[in-house]
Design a binder for this molecule. Sequence first.
Ligand SMILES: Cc1cc2nc3c(=O)[nH]c(=O)nc-3n(C[C@H](O)[C@H](O)[C@H](O)COP(=O)(O)OP(=O)(O)OC[C@H]3O[C@@H](n4cnc5c(N)ncnc54)[C@H](O)[C@@H]3O)c2cc1C
Length: 306
Amino acid sequence: MLEHVDIKPHTTFGVGGMARYFVEVESSAELIEAINFAKKSDIRYVIIAGGSNLVFGDGLLDMLVIKMMSPKDIFNYIRLQDGNVVCDAGVTLMDFINWSIRYGLSGLEALSGIPGSVGGAIVGNAGAYGQNISGPLVEVEIFDGEDIRTLTKEECGFTYRDSIFKNKSWVVLSAKYSFTRDDPEVLKKKSKEIIETRNKKYTPGIKCPGSFFKNILIENIPEASLKHLPKDRDYFGKVVAGYLLEQVGAKGMKEGGVEIANFHGNLLMNTGEATFKDVITLAEKLKKLVLDKFGIQLEEEVRYIR
Ligand SMILES: Cc1cc2nc3c(=O)[nH]c(=O)nc-3n(C[C@H](O)[C@H](O)[C@H](O)COP(=O)(O)OP(=O)(O)OC[C@H]3O[C@@H](n4cnc5c(N)ncnc54)[C@H](O)[C@@H]3O)c2cc1C
């Protein structure tokens, strides 16, 4: 276990202060050991993996950050069980997708290019282009702080970019998937096209946490607000947050070291020295602008840890 570790390089946004304690774990057993240590020592702990959906606070973070490392030899972490596939949480999502494509298993190929781990994707019910990680998922194995147990998909409470795991201190250890069959070449082509499209939006190397705010489910938008939106704004049953942000002039806005892309209103980028304070100040400003103009309350897709 290390002390006073700069947390920035462990996130894709590169924002945050120093973790008082920091440890890297490579297996479920090591993860549980780290959690038991933190509990026994009465230290607050947080689990991270790819760090691609997080914004840490500035200054000293009085906690143990437990980082799940992604295994290099993924074949020991993905296995067949009763005709289904079980994958450990630490495996990089893209490694798992490539594995499934290779065996002609369809269900997650549209998530190609989403950074981070399988566990992180389950917590946030990551998705893109009409697929979500919860789609082919059957059950999830968790550590609830006391025991290892299995939750059915229904018990995981998956909704748009949300799951029960966002409000519990449970740890996702692995999950079981039931895929459908398809031609590996077809899946590979789709995956490649999606990655190419994504690389235009997220230039490789930019420091960002993906989309900052969630899109808004049309069913959650008040009738009065719908009147202000064009009819063709329906994207898989949602209104894209980027559209609302662009309407309030978000593109190109700056706050300290954070800047909004001039081609996408929902893409907050760290230009180098961004602080948590910069991020929060800009996020609150954007939420107010959208609320005032459309009567719609934006909700962060990223998770703040402070
Ligand atoms: C360029 C870019 C593009 C992106 N595009 C998309 C997109 O198209 N769709 C989308 O949905 N997301 C997208 N994201 C967001 C992000 O990649 C996903 O949310 C990803 O699934 C997070 O995984 P992670 O391993 O990085 O999780 P982290 O950021 O490390 O953690 C996220 C949350 O999950 C928790 N967590 C992580 N692992 C576990 C575990 N095993 N058990 C319990 N809790 C855990 C953490 O405590 C934290 O609360 C994008 C991000 C970037 C940087």
